[in-house]
Design a protein. Structure first.
Lengths: 589, 234
């Protein structure tokens, strides 16, 4: 071990104290707060609220698919609206907002040893614009014609034609406006997350000493800042097409026997723009999950993360690569074969850094002192689920396999496994892990274990059968499958089974919400560092951390974030702000 | 999508250069303590606000690069009819250059702490930027009067869309400039004022650059330039 503390002691901290805004009233403390921790909770609560709407929408879809013809109120139009809103909410308004707005806001300042985000006012604005975006989205449920039913990809020309629900009503306009607002709000928040990691780090916290959670959120935010403009451009241009009659995306087309005024536009152009955002979006959700899961595994296996440097490089590499794979979502749009070949190659190359990460997680567990706490259970479940979803990604990344599987339930199963279930498992694990820091109390253990097993097993019982349905040729996006030849009787039974499991898993989430609320008052007292973790957020003088996070002085960082079970140390963890070196090198030879 | 890919390569190159100075090859598990040579790695000496603005400008650049990409892809389709640019745009370009120059003068004056010159520079920049926006609106009116309507051809649609987007960014910049100008009159601290003026100048120069690029794009020179490059490559 190398001790690089200079012999003449540590020079005084030269970090300029930031001017903290101190709230004077209840309103500025809890509502219009500039404290990143309050903003994080606001983000998380809003995301969870809108996520519940999406959960109910998925139940409604499953009612129709599992028991077709039983529920009259689920018309084909309503079904498409449920699909669209479920997808859009889950991907953007729940996952993106929760990982970056929620976890990013809470963890970045605490983990890098800052008092707050660097631009607190802009940070506050970011949340309120996000809330406005959510309200605009929700308002489309009450608009004449209802929300848009164009599918979450909003492909033109159908998205803005009268045959699609909301296409010629308010639905699509509200959807696009809401997305534009979301992107503006996110950019404000994202600037904060990036610049806080760059400039807010405390003394001694070099980039290579950052916990992987921060690396994941940081890289994902950089990607989001560069990818969301593509969605912004696509939304603005489609809004022009719909509201002002331009023809960016709209080809010459007739509707109900009438020639529309549009002409000459290119729907493929929209697909390029959309997926230029859409593919990085997958990793915008996945990278924070990768980072968080690394920290959970290291902490709960009492062992340093295996291959920290590789983990960092893999995160950065995945982030860069994800910008050159977008057209693998467009294999069936009639592209040049060489074009498809190129994108299949880049897609499969991403498997390399991703596999490095999986191996490193497994090797971290190897001979670790594994505590099967609830966060650890969720982390382990994530690894399994992510590998599962990733393997079907290899199927779909190849053009020849993708073409027959395209638009089947196989695709639905794939992206739910890899982008739905896997990151959500990390969200749960992270909530069980950091809830004691946020509230000072532990979540109820029994309810937590029930929640874990119901969610984990239930999600597999939902999505595994879907792969088989997809291989049989059952298409996605159809609200009525009864008369199709691919739908044998057993396939119908399978569909009903999936629906019942979906209700059970949804119910387990309500138990989880109950646990969240119940434990604020009745949970076991947690103390400052219940998991005996090394990172700075567990070393705050108060729990929950007070305004300004750390006491009078900012912590000084002397080591990386993963000093667990160091030989020679008194305890099996050494916090990042503890000086001195331990280990065999200190002993006389 | 080649324009945005090139843009992202530039960003990636910059990010790579920065990362290469962050000791990514170090072995953090072996290094304990707080060495003197780590201090430089803690954070950049640049003011945080400048770095924040830099990141924001990268996002804005990305936005316009994407509009340009879309422009080239849409341009390749058969119904594209380029529109004649109004002569007024040349005058507007001159006014915007003037605005940038005025802000640069304000920066120089702020460094020398000549508060009167700072005020003059800021006011000139604000007024010329307003004049630019009015000029752009007049160019729009000229075009609509000549029958080049928003929805009659994709070239027109892109013209209004991109110039409008650029105008909105100038408008947003004017809010910041207004706050700095108010500070210059109400006796802000010299350090703070200087930072404010420098931030405004940085934003203004960037938007001038974006405008020149847009102008070249809308006038068709950018397409010609790319054609020449392509011929050289093949």
């Amino acid at each position: 071990m190398v001790d690089i503390t200079p012999a003449d002691g540590i020079p005084p901290a030269e970090v300029a104290e930031m001017e903290l805004y101190h709230p004077h009233s209840w309103w500025t403390k809890y509502v219009f707060s500039q404290d990143a921790k309050v903003i994080a909770i606001q983000y998380s609560a809003t995301a969870t609220g809108i996520g519940l709407v999406a959960l109910v929408l998925s139940w409604l879809m499953r009612l129709q698919l599992g028991f077709p013809g039983t529920f009259d109120f689920i018309t084909p139009e309503a079904y498409y609206q449920f699909i669209t809103m479920h997808g859009m909410i889950m991907v953007i308004y729940l996952l993106t907002a929760l990982f970056l707005g929620g976890f990013g806001n809470y963890l970045i300042p605490l983990m890098v040893g800052a008092r707050d985000m660097v631009f607190p006012y802009v940070n506050m604005l970011s949340y309120w614009i996000y809330l406005l975006a959510v309200l605009v989205l929700v308002s489309s449920f009450f608009a004449p014609g209802g929300p848009t039913g164009a599918g979450w990809t909003l492909y033109p020309p159908q998205a803005i034609m009268s045959g699609t629900p909301g296409g010629q009503d308010w639905g699509i306009i509200l959807m696009l406006s809401s997305l534009i607002l979301f992107i503006i709000g996110f950019t404000m928040g994202g600037l904060n997350y990036v610049v806080t990691v760059l400039q807010g780090r405390t003394r001694g916290m070099t980039l290579m000493r950052l916990p992987l959670t921060v690396w994941g959120i940081f890289t994902a935010t950089v990607m989001a800042l560069l990818a969301f403009p593509a969605l912004f451009v696509a939304c603005v241009m489609m809004l022009f097409d719909r509201a002002l009659g331009t023809s960016f995306f709209m080809p010459a087309i007739s509707e109900m026997g009438e020639q529309l005024q549009h002409g000459g536009g290119s729907p493929i152009l929209f697909q390029h723009l959309f997926w230029f955002f859409g593919h990085p979006e997958v990793y915008i959700v996945a990278l924070p999950a990768f980072g968080i899961v690394s920290d959970l595994i290291s902490t709960h296996a009492r062992k340093n993360i295996f291959g920290y440097r590789m983990m960092v490089w893999a995160i950065v590499g995945i982030g860069a690569l994800s910008f050159v794979v977008w057209a693998h979502h467009m294999y069936v749009s009639g592209m040049h074969p060489y074009f498809g070949f190129f994108f299949a190659t880049t897609t499969l190359i991403i498997a390399i850094p991703t596999a490095i990460k999986v191996y490193n997680w497994v090797l971290t567990l190897w001979r670790g002192d594994i505590h099967l706490t609830i966060p650890m259970l969720f982390a382990l479940a994530f690894i399994v689920t992510f590998v599962n979803g990733g393997l079907t990604g290899l199927f779909l990344g190849n053009v020849v396999v993708d073409v027959p599987l395209s638009d089947t339930m196989f695709v639905v199963a794939h992206f739910h496994m890899v982008m739905g279930v896997a990151p959500i498992l990390v969200v749960f694990g992270a909530i069980y892990h950091w809830y004691p820091k946020v509230t000072g109390r532990m979540l109820n253990e029994t309810l937590g274990r029930f929640h874990f097993w119901a969610t984990f097993l239930g999600a597999y019982l939902i999505f595994f059968p879907m792969h088989y349905l997809g291989l049989m040729g059952v298409p996605r996006r159809y609200n009525e499958l009864t008369d199709m030849t691919v739908m044998t009787e057993s396939a119908h039974h399978l569909n009903s089974f999936i629906s019942i499991m979906a209700f059970i898993v949804g119910f387990a989430q309500i138990v989880f919400l109950f646990n969240l609320i119940w434990s604020i008052r009745h949970g076991r007292e947690a103390g400052g560092n219940p998991w005996r973790a090394t990172t700075l957020e567990w070393q705050t003088p108060q729990t929950p951390p007070a305004h300004g996070n750390f006491g009078k002085d900012l912590p000084i960082v002397y080591r990386w974030a993963y000093d667990y079970s160091v030989p020679g140390a008194k305890e099996d963890f050494i916090p990042q702000n503890v000086p001195g070196s331990f280990g065999p090198s200190k002993e006389p030879a | 999508m080649s324009v945005i890919i090139v843009f992202l390569f530039v960003i990636a190159g910059f990010a790579g250069w920065w990362l290469s100075h962050q000791r990514l090859m170090s072995r953090p598990w072996l290094e304990q303590g707080l060495a003197g040579d780590f201090v430089a790695l803690d954070r950049s000496a640049l003011p945080t606000a400048k770095i924040g603005l830099g990141v924001f400008l990268a996002v804005v650049g990305c936005l316009f690069a994407l509009f340009t990409s879309a422009y080239f892809m849409r341009m390749a389709l058969s119904d594209w009819q380029p529109l004649p640019l109004p002569r007024l745009l040349w005058l507007n370009t001159g006014v915007l250059v003037l605005s940038s120059v005025a802000l640069q003068c304000a920066v120089v004056a702020a460094r020398k702490r000549q508060i009167d010159m700072v005020r003059l520079g800021l006011a000139t920049a604000g007024l010329t930027a307003l004049a630019f926006l009015i000029g752009q609106l007049m160019a729009w009116r000229q075009l609509t009067e000549d029958g080049y309507l928003l929805s009659s051809n994709p070239a027109n649609s892109f013209f209004y869309l991109i110039t409008g987007m650029h105008g909105l960014h100038i408008l947003g910049g004017l809010v910041g400039l207004g706050r700095t100008t108010a500070g210059a009159w109400n006796g802000a601290r010299p350090e703070r004022l200087r930072l404010g003026v420098e931030l405004c100048a940085m934003y203004w120069h960037f938007l001038l650059f974006v405008w020149l690029a847009i102008f070249a794009l809308l006038a068709g020179w950018a397409a010609t330039f790319i054609d020449i490059c392509r011929q050289l490559l093949i």
